[in-house]
Write a protein that binds this ligand. Structure first.
Ligand SMILES: Cc1cc2nc3c(=O)[nH]c(=O)nc-3n(C[C@H](O)[C@H](O)[C@H](O)COP(=O)(O)OP(=O)(O)OC[C@H]3O[C@@H](n4cnc5c(N)ncnc54)[C@H](O)[C@@H]3O)c2cc1C
Length: 367
């Protein structure tokens, strides 16, 4: 991103904070001829968002509706058709059919950003404060050179993820469960790569994952913020003891990354915004509470907000957006209901023992 189109004297109709999947998709779809839009983000290769980079079937459906095809350089190797579910407490392992696309998340974000029309102004920087001045919002943005600029906007769109400054500024009372995601990348020459979903209630209330990307083994999970690193290391030790990851893995550590990740509950956590200030994607709490999959919700919510703006009735934007996201919220609430079944140790053991819906992997297929 650069400051090419940035006009410091202008009052923007919409300031979009964050150019992840939700911010880029919104900026692509909203009518940028009718509205003067600015998209603000300072992400680059060095501070990129930690992510599993698996594109779910729901996200694929949304992309299919817009006839968006992924260039091959976004895909990483290998593409796998099942997920190995590992229960560290019972020692049970089952394989389930899943059609994820394994991709380079940073390249995917850049790809979506590349589809934003030139008519949208862009600022490379982080929004560090937002205040209200009469009918406008005043945003202070710090660029990479530590220079700060101020811009005015009539509407704010918070597409700024789990640590959203928009949510923190305007919706202090809307609380949501927050975890710390910790993820490590290791060099790996594994000849039998897999995707896995790991359950271990003694170290995490969420699921963890191991998968492979272009010669790297990636292990990550979401943990309670206090003691997150200890819980992460404990889980890694258990995976080593079970022979899931090699005992000498530490010698091939490439990097460790961490960030916040949110988990909505049935009756709290979702926050689409209010008139003039809207939240998208993870900032709004639109993320699966069971699997932490969030790209599809980011794409869907941004589509709904763009539709609401494009409908032309400014006083109805919030109402239209809220009703547009009812289906998404309903789906995520169903996942909140499903969650205790997945995370209850006894129930999970029974389900895994029955083998229902699982695939039998042929012994001869495991190298
Ligand atoms: C470790 C981990 C693994 C995950 N794996 C998967 C997965 O495999 N598949 C999946 O579907 N989902 C996954 N998720 C969830 C998914 O990453 C998010 O739900 C999704 O990225 C949300 O998209 P978004 O556009 O709402 O926010 P984000 O993708 O978080 O984008 C927010 C953007 O806002 C910018 N930003 C933040 N604050 C500011 C500011 N103050 N000023 C300017 N810019 C700002 C950031 O730089 C970023 O570019 C994972 C999450 C984590 C933490």
């Amino acid at each position: 991103m650069n400051e090419l189109n940035f006009d410091s004297g202008c009052i923007y109709d919409i300031a979009v904070i964050g150019a992840g999947p939700s911010g880029s998709n919104f900026s692509r779809l909203v009518d940028s001829v009718k509205y003067k839009i600015v998209l603000i983000d300072g992400e680059n290769e060095e501070n990129k968002k930690p992510c599993g980079g698996l594109l779910s079937p729901d996200a694929q459906d949304i992309m299919a509706r817009y006839n968006i095809t992924l260039p091959s350089d976004i895909l990483v190797s290998p593409q796998i058709f099942s997920v190995r579910t590992i229960d560290l407490e019972s020692g049970l392992i089952r394989h389930y059919r899943r059609s994820y696309i394994n991709m380079d998340r940073y390249k995917f974000d850049r790809f979506l950003l590349g589809m934003v029309p030139q008519s949208v102004s862009r600022i490379e920087g982080r929004c560090i404060s937002i205040s209200q001045e009469d009918k406008y919002y005043l945003l202070e943005i710090k660029g990479r050179e530590r220079i700060s600029v101020k811009i005015k906007a009539k509407n704010i769109v918070g597409a700024d993820g789990a640590s959203s400054i928009v949510r923190r500024t305007f919706f202090k009372k809307s609380t949501i469960q927050r975890y710390t995601a910790v993820q490590q990348w290791f060099y790996s020459a594994d000849t039998n790569p897999f995707y896995s979903c790991i359950f271990d209630s003694s170290t995490s209330e969420s699921c963890s994952w191991v998968f492979f990307k272009n010669g790297f083994l990636v292990f990550g999970g979401a943990f309670k913020p206090s003691g997150c690193r200890i819980a992460f290391e404990e889980q890694k030790r258990k995976l080593i003891n079970m022979g899931i990851i090699p005992g000498n893995i530490e010698n091939s550590l490439v990097r460790t990354e961490a960030c916040s990740v949110l988990r909505p509950h049935l009756f709290k956590g979702f926050c689409p915004g209010k008139n003039g200030v809207y939240l998208l994607g993870e900032a709004a709490g639109f993320i699966s509470p069971s699997s932490l999959e969030g790209i599809s919700s980011a794409l869907l919510s941004s589509e709904k907000l763009a539709d609401a703006f494009n409908s032309g009735k400014e006083n109805l934007i919030y109402r239209k957006y809220k009703s547009g996201t009812l289906y998404l919220m309903g789906k995520l609430k169903l996942k909140c209901i499903k969650r205790p079944f997945m995370y209850n140790r006894k129930l999970r053991t029974i389900i895994m023992k029955t083998g229902i819906l699982s695939i039998n992997i042929k012994e001869s297929a495991v190298k």
